[in-house]
Ligand binder design. Sequence first.
Ligand code: GCU
Length: 429
Amino acid sequence: MQRTHLFLVLALILPLLAALAAAPARKFPAVADLPAHTELPDPLVMLNGKRVTTKEQWIKDRRPELKELFQYYMYGYLPPPRKVESTTRWVNKRAFDGKATLKEITLSFGPAEMPKIHLLLVVPNKRKGPVPVFVGLNFCGNHALVKDPTIRLPTVWMYPNHPGVKNNRATDEGRGAEIDVWSIEQSIDRGYAVATFYDGDVDPDRPDTRDGIQPHFRLEGEKPDPHDWGTIAAWAWGLHRAVDYLVKDRDLDKDRVIAVGHSRLGKTALLAAAFDERIALAIPHQAGCGGTAPSRGKVGESVKRINTSFPHWFDATFKEFNDHPEKLPFDQHCLVALCAPRAVLFSNAVEDTWANPEGQFQVLKAAEPVYRLLGAGGLDADKMPPNNKLIASTLGYYIRPGKHSMTKDDWKVFLDFADKHLGKPSGKE
Ligand code: GCU
């Protein structure tokens, strides 16, 4: 072959090979061919039966394998990152009686028709340098968390049963309706910033995906793939884009970003932390099935039930486990293990049996071998603690009396846990 021809052939083939190398592996067995594990599978044993015994093997082999497995069989592959353009809409330096600066930032991702994230950021004014920041999605819109008429009302689909929502649209009546749920002033007083956005900004919580980010990652006419991301992965993608912004904001400490979320948004926070090491700590609160509870659990919500009630949350392949959760080649302890060596807190309520608080304790326990391998500690308890007693080890656990909800007292525990693992914000020591 002439030299010029050879170059031409290489020029054509190399980009193709590069694209193939970059594409997800997608080479795992059919669900029917997977072996059954009635107990939580050993997080250190690879799909091929080989056990990893060193930190290097965990990082090089097992961690990437688990990330692939979770995407392939459960959450779907997360969409690729997009370049984030941020526009600060307005700033109020005298919020909370002068204690904090409040601002709203629009994050956009290229084409004008692509959904935008409207991030509310509250930063304490009394600070000696960059502060740690909580970041999470909310259920009701930013306007529900702080009573300030400047905060924009969401213009996208809203949950019908939340305060101040009429015909699936946000109204002024919802302003401040969820102040206690996020209890932002308490975080300010403890020296933390809080960043949050409405989940519907990224993907409305319904099976119809037309109004979310989904269509913007598909080519015209392209059919959905059984391993395409579901809504929880789409929300986690959104959380990652918020982190893209936060790590560049000089008021914030990029090494102390804390992902937080309640329930389905707790599932999102844990997935986001597992897949993004810029998140220093994860607090999935009462996240339950598909998040912090075992898929093999016999208490509360089952895989079949969650896939039936919320078919859009996971990928199509996850439905194949409806009657065989024991075939999953992982369980949720492996998602926690992906966060290692970073701290993770599971917090629960006694009456919230739907989220299986006891099963969640077992999940943390089962993630321990990976934390120990990395020299990161573990869960310093062999049985469930009494109510209201925080186990503040790297794998943290907490249960309090009451129902499925996020409260001011829960936030106090989140703050204590963050203080312990990331250090108290300066000026608060
Ligand atoms: C339902 C669902 C749970 C979910 C919860 C919530 O109860 O079954 O999986 O965590 O909603 O998000 O509030």
